[in-house]
Write a protein that binds this ligand. Sequence first.
Ligand code: GL4
Length: 828
Amino acid sequence: MAAPEVTHLPNLPNDVEGLRQSIRDAVVRVVGEDPRQATERDWMEALAFAIRERMVERRLLTRRQFADEDVKRVYYLSMEYLIGRMLEANLRNMGILEPARQAMADLGVNLDTILDLEDDAALGNGGLGRLAACILESLATQGYPGYGYGIRYEFGMFRQEFEPYHQVEHPDNWLRYGNPWEFPRSDRKYPIHFYGHVVEHHHPRGETRYTWENGEEVLAMAYDYPTAGYGRRNVNNLRLWAAKATRDFDLRYFNEGDYIRAVADKAESETISMVLYPNDATAIGKELRLKQEYFFVSASLQDILDRHLALGYNLDALPDKVAIQLNDTHPAIAVAELMRLLVDCHELSWDRAWDLARRTFAYTNHTLMPEALETWPVELMERVLPRHMGIIYQINHDFLEQVRHRYPGDNDRLARLSIIDEQNGRRVRMAHLAVVGSHRVNGVAALHTQLLQETLFEDFYNLWPERFVNVTNGVTPRLWMIQANPALTELLGQRIGNDWQYDLDRLRALEPYAHDADLQKAFLDVKRANKVRLANLVRERTGVELNPDVMFDVQIKRIHEYKRQLLKLLHVVDLYRRIRAGEDVAPRVVLFGGKAAPGYARAKGIIQVINEVADIVNHDPAVGDRLKCVFFPNYEVSSASIIIPAADVSEQISTAGFEASGTGNMKLALNGALTIGTLDGANIEIRDAVGEESIFIFGMTADEVVEHRRNGPNPEAILAQQPNLAAAVEMIESGFFTCDDPGTHGDLGRYLRHEDPFFVIADYAAYTEACERADTLYADRTAWAEAAILNVARMGYFSIDRTVRDYANQIWDIIPEPVAPSRTNGAA
Ligand code: GL4
C-alpha cells in the first residue's frame, strides 16, 4: 500500500485566480521567460501548459476509475486524425474557457489573439480523419473508455498556396515550435520489425512454431495527447507513435567504425513517421506506406496486450475487455499482427488465437472507390513482412476451406472471395483480410452500407449477413456549433436552453418557433454577422470583397472528380455569360475550398480553372456584386469553422453512389445552410430528417447512374440540346479565362464532351434547376429563414454522440463510465 502522498493526485484550481497563477508561473518555469518580456507566443505556451496540467490530472483520475471498475475498452486504430487547433477546444471541454479568458486579460493578453497563433494539427486528409477526431471527442464526452492510436507525423497535410492559379504544396511543419499538448513517453517504446526471414521449428508433438529473424528494427515511441470530454471529468488518451532508431541498429555500424552511415541510417529509419500521405480515397502502393501501416499497428497491438495483461486479465478474456476498431483498411494488417503476437509470442494455439482475434476486431469501410481499395503485391508483403505473409496464407487457407464446404465446386466464388487476388499479379486484398478477421463490418451511411452489401462485399454478405451493420456518420456539436458558431449557440441558448449541447436531438425544441418572426430575424442577423466575419477573412486571404447581403453558396471538400466541383464551376461560367449578355440572374457568392492530392493531375487542373475563372469574374466591372467566385486557399479545420457558419447554401453534389457519407453536409446543415444535393451518401438521411421542402435534391440516383453508364453516356448529344451549358463549356475550352495561354483548357473541354466519367453534363440541367429553386426561396427571406431554422432543429440525428452510441451498442459492447466527482479531486 503506497503512502497517501504518493497516491494523491494534485487538484489544481480552475477559477480565474488559480489559472492566472498557473499561467504566470508557467511563463517562468516552463517557457523560461520573464513575464515582462513574454511574447504572445510565450503566453500561448504558458496557457497551454496550465491547461495540460489540469487535463493530465483528470486523465489519471479517469484511468484509475476505469481500472477499478474493470471496464471494457475500445481502441480506435486510425492512420489519420484531423484535429485542428487544440487550445480552444481543450479550454472549452475542460470548462475553463471563460475563466481563462479573464485570467489572460488580467495578464494583459487577449485570448482571441492567442488562439489564432496556433497551427492546426492536420494529421489527416479529409472526412475520414476528421471523423476519427470527432469520435475521440465524443468517446470522452460520453464517458466511454475509448482510446485512439495513430501516427505522430512530423509533417501533416501540406499547406496549399496558389502560384498564382495552380496549387503548390508546402510542407506543414506543425511541430516547429514544439507542442505543448503532447506527453512524450520515452518509457513506452516497442520494437517494430521489418524484412528478414521466417524460420520454422517443427515440434514432434504439437504445432509448428515460427520465428522471424534478422531484418531491421525501429522503435515506436509513444506521444500521448489527452482528450477531454465536454461537461464531464473524463479525459481519454490519443496515443501517437513516432519512429526512433534503435540503439542496436546504430551500434552495428558504430562497431564497423562507420559513424556517418550509422547516423544516416538512424535518420532513414525515422522517416517512417515523417509525413502523412496526402491522398484522399486513393491508395498509393508505396513500400513506405506499408511500413507506416505496420509500424503503428504493431506498436498499438503490443501496447494493448501489455495493458491487458498488466491489468491482470488473461488472453482468453481479450474480446471481453478489448474492442479494436479498424478505421478503413489502413490498419488491416492488424489482423495478421495480432495472430503473430498471440501465436508466436504468447504461444497460443492457432485456433484459439483466431477465435480471439475475430471477436476483438471490427472494420469500418469508408469508400467504394476502386482506386482506394488497398491491395499489396504479395512479393512486397513477403519481403517487408515475411511472417505476416505466411499468416495471411494460413488465414486464407482456413477461410477458403469454409467457403468450399458451403459452396462446393464454386471456383469463381472462391477466386472472388480469396484474400489473395490471383488476377492482377498476385496481390493481398486488405479489405478481404479485414472482413474475414472481424466480427462486424460497417458502412458509414445507409446507402453506402446497402451498396457495400450489394456490390463490393456481396459475396461476403451472402456468407455472413449478420456481420454487416450500418453506422451513419455524425459530427461533434462542440466544435461544429458551440465553437464555430458562438452567435447561433447564444441564440439557441436564449430560445431553448443548452441541453442540446449534450443531446443534439433536443434541437427539436426549436421547431415550433421556426415561423416565429422574431426568431427568424434573429437567425438571419446571426447568419449575416457570420457572413461579415467570413468576408473579412476572405478579404485578408484573397483580396476579394464579398457582399454579405447576397447568397453565400459554398462547396468545401477535397477536390475530386466524383465530388463534381466542375458542376458548380460550369454553373458559375453559365451565370457569368448570362450576366454579360444582360440577363438578370440572382446574385451569389460562390466559395470553393479544398486540396487536391499532389499527384492527381485532373484535380489540380480543376483548381487551376476555378482560380482562372474567379480572377476574370471578380475583376469584370460588368458583374459587380451579382457574382463573385472565390477559391479559399488552404482549407483546413480552423478555416472550416469560419466558413461553415456563414454558408447559406451547402453544395453536396457528388455523382450518386460515390460519396460514402459526407460529413461537411452535416456541419453545414446544422449551421442552417440549405443543401443542394444528390441522393448520395448521408444526403438521403439528411433529406429524410429535414424534409423535402427544406433541401434541394436533384439528379440521377445511384441506380440511374449505373443504368446511364450501362447505356453508354453521350455528353455530346446532351450538349447539343442545352445551349447554355454548351456555351459555358465553349467559353472554358476557348481559352477565354486563360489570357496568357489560350488553349490550356482544350483538354478539359474534350474531357467533358467525350468522357465525362462522373456525369457532370448529364446532371447539369437538373442541377441548375435545383439552384434556381434555391434562388427563388432565398428571395423570400421569411420562407428561407423558416427552412434554415428547420434544418438546424432537425439535425440532431447527425450528432457524433449518436454515431458513437451506435458503435458502442452494435459493435463494441461497451458502456459509459463517467468519472465521478470526488471530494479530493472534484474540481468542477
Ligand atoms: C471518406 C468518404 O469519402 C466520406 O464520404 C466519408 O464521410 C468519410 C468518413 O466516413 O470517409 N472515405 C475516405 S477514403 N475519405 C473520406 O473522407
